[in-house]
Write a protein that binds this ligand. Sequence first.
Ligand code: OGA
Ligand code: NI
Length: 341
Amino acid sequence: MAAKLLSTGFRHSTLPENYVRPLSDRPRLSQVSQLEDFPLIDISSTDRSRLVQKIHQACARFGFFQVINHGVSKATIDEMVSVAHEFFGMPMDEKMKLYSDDPTKTPRLSTSFNVKEEEVNNWRDYLRLHCYPIDKYVHEWPSNPPSFKEVVSKYSREIRELGFKIEELISESLGLEKDYMKKVLGEQGQHMAVNYYPPCPEPELTYGLPAHTDPNALTILLQDATVCGLQILIDGHWFAVNPRPDAFVINIGDQLQALSNGVYKSVWHRAVTNTENPRLSIASFMCPDNGAVISPAKPLWEAKEEEAKPIYRDYTYAEYYKKFWSRNLDQEHCLENFLND
Ligand code: OGA
Ligand code: NI
């Protein structure tokens, strides 16, 4: 079903039919709980072993955590947020120049998730960019607002540093060499999704993004500082991850679940809407090189008991990514297609 941009400034009073989920698949917002013990990690800590231990606990239990003192400057973040708001506030004809519903095209401004494949649409518009190497892609990025390229370049560079820092901590937290991820993932790509969820007339009937796991290695999410919407599935129950203005939300993607042989989980998460305020989120995805061969790290299963073995078969990231985009977002966990017999 075709859908065009939602960020028109028009306020719908009822939800258009193509966004209405069947009764069995609605957010049930009254049953969502607050997560009291959601890990908050100060990654500037000099107590490395304690830090690594905290990362391990967070990744094994939640697959998600927040980081503070992360090294990305407040000015960089504020500029990124304001240029993103400016972008979605531009007139329709300016935005439609970038519109595409072809999921292989970047950059693209699109709506929902994969409009050509899905039966019910999602209450979201998004801008998707490739951010590494910057020099290769910057020329194709939007040239409006005029500061867009400069602001997004700076943000992407700082986020990449943070991504590497976290990958080192995650490697160590699995008992691997510090540079294990960096070596295995190859020359990592970096993608960005700037998500814009306009106020929604009936949040109980639809999603901003339905439950999904992220197909990449690691995701670094900047949430709107004031508007809630992100929820994660823990032990079969949905929990809200409320924003903290000074923090990034980090989550393990499918590739780190595979590399960790399932010790760390790429956890289901979703975004819900609200009637009052537009919500912005900026997701940066660290992605393995297309040719990188992903396989459960040997030290995690080799020296273990007889029956221990790699859960997943070897595959290249290119193969995985193709599979991921050929599916619907809320199907089975994509990694289930890559299990060893
Ligand atoms: C994503 C995502 C959550 C959000 O872009 O993959 O999960 O809060 N976004 O927008
Ligand atoms: Ni996601």
